[in-house]
Design a protein around this ligand. Structure first.
Ligand code: ARG
Length: 476
C-alpha cells in the first residue's frame, strides 16, 4: 500500500500544512489511521467560532492587520455556510476539521488565511473546540433532563394517591404511592443535572493561546478570546490546557451515572409491564410486537435504555484507559477522545428522550397496583410494620418485642391463608391479649400510606408537597 503513494521528492505537495519538511505524502494506511475528519467534523461550529475569536484578538493586538482579520472572519463565515448547506467537501487528506476549514479558507480568501494560525497550534485549537462542544452537549442534555423531570412530575401529580406495594429485595415491603415512587427519579435526575452543571463549570476555561504547549512569544490576549467564547477565564497553565481531558471524562462520568439511573427506571418499566406485575401499560407507540407470537407487546424502548447504559459506561472506561498512560503534553492518542464522548452525548440524549416519551405514554393500572398492595390472602402482609408500630404506640411495647409479636401474627395469617386485616380479633389477641379493635385501622393499606407523613415520606400530602418543592428547586 505504501508503495502506491510514493511520489518523487517535491513532485507532489506532501502536505499543505507542513510540506516544508516533508517530501512525500503519507502512506494510505497512515492517512487511514491518522484522519479524524469523519468524527471531528461535528465540531465545525466550535472550530469556526474559536478561529473567529482568535483572528479578532490577533487584529486587536496588532499581530495581524484589521483588513486580514476581516477577510478571515468573512471567509470563515462563508465556510460555515457551506458546511451548513451541505456544499462543503470534507477531505480525509486534510486529516481533521481544523485543517479542512483552514484549507478551504485559503481557497476562498487566499493569502490572509495563512495568518490565522499565528500564535496558535492545533493542540490548543482542538482543546478549545472540544470544550465548547462538551459545553453545548451539557446544555442540551440539561434541557432534556428538565423535560423528563417535568414528565415525571406530571405523572406523580396524577398519581399522588395511587397506592402500590413498595419493595426491598424485590420483596413486598410497605405500601407507597406511585407518585412517591416516581418522585425518587425526579431527585436522581436533579442530582444528575447538578453533576453535569459541576462538570460544565470546571470545563469552562479556555485553552486557546496555550499554543503547542508552552504559550507563545506573540503578545496575545488570552482573556479576550476566553471572554469572546463565553469561557469564565483562560486555562491557567499552558501545558495543562493542551493535555487535560478530564473535562470530557467528567462529562462522561456524570452521563454514565445518569444512564445508570435511566437504566434502573427502564428495568422497573420492564417489570411493571409484564403479566406477572401488570402495574403499567405502554401503548403501541412505545412497544413492539413479535413476528411469531401474536399476543406480544414488548417494552423494547425500556430494554434499549437499559442496554445502552452499558455502552455509555463502556465509553467512559475506554477514554479513561486511553488517557491513563499519557505523559504531558499532547499525544495523538488524545484524538481518540471525541468518538466516545460524542457517542455518550448522543446515546444519553436518545435515552432521556425515550424515557420521557415512555413516562408520558405509560398508563398505571390503579386497581392492579392497589390489589398488589393489598396482597393475596396468606401472602405479602404489607402492613406488618404498621401492626408492630401500633403495638409500640398504643401498648407501649419496646419495638423489638412488638416485632416478635407481629412475626407470630404474620405466621398465623400465613397458616390461615388470610390477610392481616382479615384475621379475627381473637386470633390477634391469642398472640397479644391487649390488642383491641382499633388495630384494624392501621392494617388497611390506604391508612398505612396516609399515616407516613414524615418529611419525605409517602403520605399523599407529603408527596404533593414534594412535587411543589421539586418544581421550585429544579426550576420546572
Ligand atoms: N485531530 C487532532 C486531535 O483531535 C488535532 C490535534 C492535532 N495536533 C497535533 N499536534 N497533531 O487531537
Amino acid at each position: 500500500m505504501a508503495s502506491d503513494t510514493k511520489a518523487t521528492a517535491g513532485a507532489v505537495a506532501a502536505n499543505s500544512m507542513w510540506g516544508g519538511r516533508f517530501d512525500v505524502p503519507p502512506a494510505e494506511i497512515m492517512q487511514a489511521i491518522n484522519a479524524s475528519i469523519d468524527v471531528d467534523r461535528r465540531m465545525y461550529r466550535q472550530d469556526i467560532a474559536g478561529s473567529i475569536a482568535h483572528a479578532e484578538m490577533l487584529a486587536a493586538q496588532g499581530i495581524i492587520s484589521s483588513a486580514d482579520a476581516a477577510a478571515i472572519v468573512r471567509g470563515l463565515e462563508a465556510v460555515r455556510a457551506e458546511i451548513e448547506t451541505g456544499g462543503f467537501a470534507f477531505k480525509k487528506s486534510l486529516e481533521d476539521i481544523h485543517m479542512n476549514v483552514e484549507a478551504r479558507l485559503a481557497e476562498l480568501i487566499g493569502q490572509p488565511a495563512g495568518r490565522l494560525h499565528t500564535a496558535r497550534s492545533r493542540n490548543d485549537q482542538v482543546a478549545t473546540d472540544f470544550r465548547l462542544w462538551v459545553r453545548d452537549a451539557i446544555d442540551a442534555l440539561d434541557g432534556q433532563l428538565a423535560d423528563l423531570q417535568r414528565a415525571l412530575l406530571d405523572q406523580a401529580t396524577a398519581h399522588a394517591e395511587t397506592f402500590m406495594p413498595g419493595f426491598t429485595h424485590l420483596q413486598v415491603a410497605q405500601p407507597v404511592t406511585f407518585g412517591h415512587h416516581l418522585m425518587a427519579y425526579v431527585e436522581m435526575l436533579g442530582r444528575d443535572r447538578g453533576r453535569l452543571a459541576d462538570a460544565r463549570r470546571r470545563a469552562n476555561e479556555c485553552p486557546l493561546g496555550a499554543a503547542a504547549l508552552a504559550g507563545t512569544a506573540f503578545p496575545i490576549d488570552r482573556h479576550r478570546t476566553a471572554k469572546a467564547l463565553g469561557f469564565d477565564q483562560p486555562a491557567a497553565n499552558s501545558i495543562d490546557a493542551v493535555s487535560a481531558r478530564d473535562f470530557a471524562l467528567e462529562f462522561m462520568a456524570a452521563a454514565a451515572i445518569c444512564a445508570t439511573h435511566l437504566s434502573r427506571f427502564a428495568e422497573e418499566i420492564v417489570l411493571w409491564t409484564t403479566d406477572a406485575f401488570g402495574y403499567v401499560a405502554l401503548s403501541d407507540a412505545f412497544t413492539t410486537g413479535s413476528s411469531i407470537m401474536p399476543q406480544k407487546r414488548n417494552p423494547d424502548a425500556a430494554e434499549l435504555v437499559r442496554g445502552k447504559a452499558g455502552r455509555v459506561i463502556g465509553e467512559l472506561v475506554g477514554l479513561m484507559v486511553v488517557m491513563k498512560g499519557l505523559p504531558l503534553a499532547y499525544g495523538k492518542d488524545m484524538q481518540e477522545d471525541k468518538e466516545p464522548t460524542f457517542l455518550v452525548a448522543d446515546t444519553l440524549g436518545l435515552c432521556v428522550a425515550a424515557t420521557a416519551g415512555m413516562v408520558r405514554d405509560m398508563r398505571p393500572d390503579k386497581a392492579a397496583l392497589r390489589a398488589a398492595a393489598e396482597g393475596k390472602p396468606g401472602k405479602g402482609f404489607i402492613t406488618a410494620t404498621d401492626l408492630a408500630d401500633w403495638l409500640v404506640r398504643t401498648l407501649g411495647m419496646p419495638f423489638r418485642e412488638a416485632h416478635h409479636a407481629t412475626g407470630r401474627i404474620v405466621r398465623l395469617a400465613s397458616e390461615r391463608g388470610a390477610r392481616l386485616a382479615d384475621l379475627p380479633l381473637k386470633d390477634l389477641q391469642s398472640v397479644e391479649p391487649r390488642i383491641d379493635a382499633r388495630i384494624f385501622e392501621v392494617l388497611d393499606v390506604e391508612r398505612a400510606v396516609r399515616s407516613r407523613g414524615s418529611f419525605g415520606g409517602t403520605a399523599p400530602e407529603q408527596v404533593r408537597g414534594a412535587i411543589a418543592q421539586a418544581r421550585k428547586r429544579f426550576g420546572l
